[in-house]
Design a protein around this ligand. Structure first.
Ligand code: LMR
Length: 392
C-alpha cells in the first residue's frame, strides 16, 4: 500500500538550512529560515533562559506527565504580557500550552473548524505553513492582498474581505511583525479592523509569533488588544520561539477569548481533546524555563534587556538598508525602514535569487523573503552590493 505514496518536495524554507550548511564559501550569508542572529551571526541561548534552566534542573523533582494543557503556570505567566493589566478580561480568557507557535496555530484552526468554520480569510503572502495547515485540515483559504506594491498594508483589501465573507468564516491576522512582509497595520488600521469584526460574524484568529521584536512588548500587542477589547470572541496563537530564543524546544500557547466566562470550559475541553489526538502533550522544558524566568524579577529584567537588544539590532539593519535605497534601484529598500520584525520581501525573480546564491553565496527563500537578522555590520555592505549587482 505504501507504494501509492508519491515523493513530496521537502519544505522549501527548511531545505535552505541544508543547502547553506553544505556551502563552504567563508563569506556566505544566511537570510533563510527565521532565527534571530547577533551581529556575530550567532543564535545564542538567552542568558535569562540559561539562568532559568539551571534553576529548573535544580528544582524539578519529577518528569511525570502534565497532561494535554501543559504547564498552567507558564500559560498564566505569559498572559499579562499579551493581554495587559486585566489579563483574563473578566474571566473570559484562558489557554493552554502548545508545541511552538505552529501547534498553537494548528489548534486554533482545528478548534475553529469544530465550531463550524469552513473558510479562513488570509492575507497573502503569509507564512507558508499557514496554508499547509489549512490544507491539511481541509479548511478553505480565502485570500486577499496583505500589502500594496509600495510596501504599506492594504487595509482596504482586508476590510473588503471581511465585509464579503460567507457564514462560518474565520480571519487569520498576524499580531505584529508580519511574516513574510514585515508590513504591519497601524493602530488606526487595527481600530478599523476591530470595528468591522465587531459588526460582522467572522471569527478572529490572531497569530503572534514575534512579540517584542517590532515596536516593543507593549507596542506589538496594540492591535491584538484593540481587537480583543472589541469583539465577542477570538482565538490567539502565541509563540515563544523567537522572543525567548527557544526555537527547537517548541514553546507556544493557545488562548481563547470567550463571549462569556461560562463558555470557556466547553471551548477549552475541545482544544484539550484535539491536542490529545494530535500530540498528546506539549514538551515541558522550554515552557517551564519561561515560567521560572517570568516569575523572577532579576531574570525577567535580564530577558527584557536581551529582547530589547534584539529589537534594536533589527531596527539598525532596517535603517541601514533604508539608507541604501538609492544604491539599489527598483527594490524599494526605503520601505524596509518603516516595516517591522525579522522579515521583508524583495521584488526579485527566481533567476535573481539563484544568482545571489550562485555568485554571492547569499541564501534567501524562493519567495524573495529575507530574514533581516542575518545581516550584520560585517556583511551588510556585501549584501547591498550583491543586490545592486543582480537587480541592476
Ligand atoms: C520562519 O518563517 O522562517 C519561521 O517561522 C520558522 C518556520 O518554522 O518556518
Amino acid at each position: 500500500m505504501l507504494d501509492a505514496l508519491e515523493p513530496q518536495a521537502p519544505d522549501a524554507l527548511l531545505a535552505l538550512i541544508k543547502l547553506y550548511a553544505a556551502d563552504d564559501r567563508v563569506d556566505k550569508i544566511d537570510l533563510g529560515v527565521g532565527v534571530y542572529r547577533t551581529d556575530d551571526g550567532a543564535t545564542p541561548v538567552f542568558k535569562a533562559i540559561k539562568q532559568a534552566e539551571r534553576r529548573l534542573v535544580d528544582e524539578q523533582d519529577s518528569k511525570g506527565y502534565l497532561g494535554p494543557d501543559g504547564d498552567p503556570g507558564f500559560v498564566e505567566a505569559l498572559m499579562p504580557l499579551i493581554f495587559g493589566p486585566d489579563p483574563d478580561m473578566g474571566g473570559r480568557i484562558a489557554g493552554m500550552q502548545t508545541p511552538g507557535g505552529t501547534g498553537a496555530c494548528r489548534l486554533a484552526f482545528a478548534v475553529a473548524q469544530r465550531a463550524g468554520v469552513t473558510k479562513v480569510l488570509m492575507g497573502v503572502p503569509s507564512w507558508p505553513n499557514h496554508a499547509q495547515i489549512l490544507d491539511d485540515l481541509d479548511l478553505e483559504a480565502v485570500t486577499f492582498d496583505h500589502a500594496r506594491p509600495d510596501g504599506s498594508a492594504n487595509l482596504d483589501a482586508l476590510l473588503q474581505a471581511l465585509r464579503s465573507a460567507d457564514a462560518n468564516t474565520a480571519v487569520l491576522l498576524h499580531g505584529c511583525c508580519h511574516n513574510p512582509t514585515g508590513v504591519d497595520y497601524s493602530p488606526e488600521d487595527w481600530a478599523a479592523i476591530a470595528n468591522e469584526l465587531a459588526s460582522g460574524n467572522v471569527l478572529p484568529i490572531i497569530d503572534s509569533a514575534y512579540h517584542g521584536l517590532g515596536e516593543g512588548l507593549e507596542g506589538d500587542v496594540v492591535g491584538l488588544r484593540t481587537v480583543l477589547n472589541t469583539v465577542p470572541e477570538a482565538l490567539v496563537a502565541y509563540s515563544c520561539d523567537k522572543n525567548f530564543g527557544l526555537y527547537r524546544d517548541r514553546v507556544g500557547a493557545f488562548y481563547v477569548l470567550a463571549r462569556i466566562p461560562e463558555q470557556l470550559d466547553a471551548i477549552l475541553s475541545n482544544a484539550s481533546g484535539l491536542a490529545r489526538a494530535n500530540w498528546s502533550m506539549p514538551p515541558d522544558h522550554g515552557g517551564a524555563a519561561v515560567r521560572i524566568l517570568l516569575q523572577d524579577d532579576v531574570m525577567r529584567q535580564t530577558w527584557l534587556d536581551e529582547l530589547e537588544g534584539m529589537r534594536q539590532r533589527l531596527r539598525w539593519v532596517r535603517e541601514r538598508l533604508g539608507q541604501a535605497d538609492n544604491e539599489v534601484p527598483g527594490v524599494n529598500l526605503g520601505a524596509l525602514a518603516e516595516q517591522n520584525g525579522m522579515f521583508a520581501m524583495l521584488p526579485l525573480d527566481k533567476d535573481q535569487i539563484a544568482e545571489l546564491r550562485k555568485t554571492h553565496a547569499i541564501y534567501m527563500a524562493g519567495s524573495g523573503r529575507i530574514n533581516v537578522a542575518g545581516l550584520t555590520k560585517g556583511n551588510i555592505d556585501k549584501f547591498i552590493g550583491a543586490l545592486a549587482d543582480v537587480a541592476g
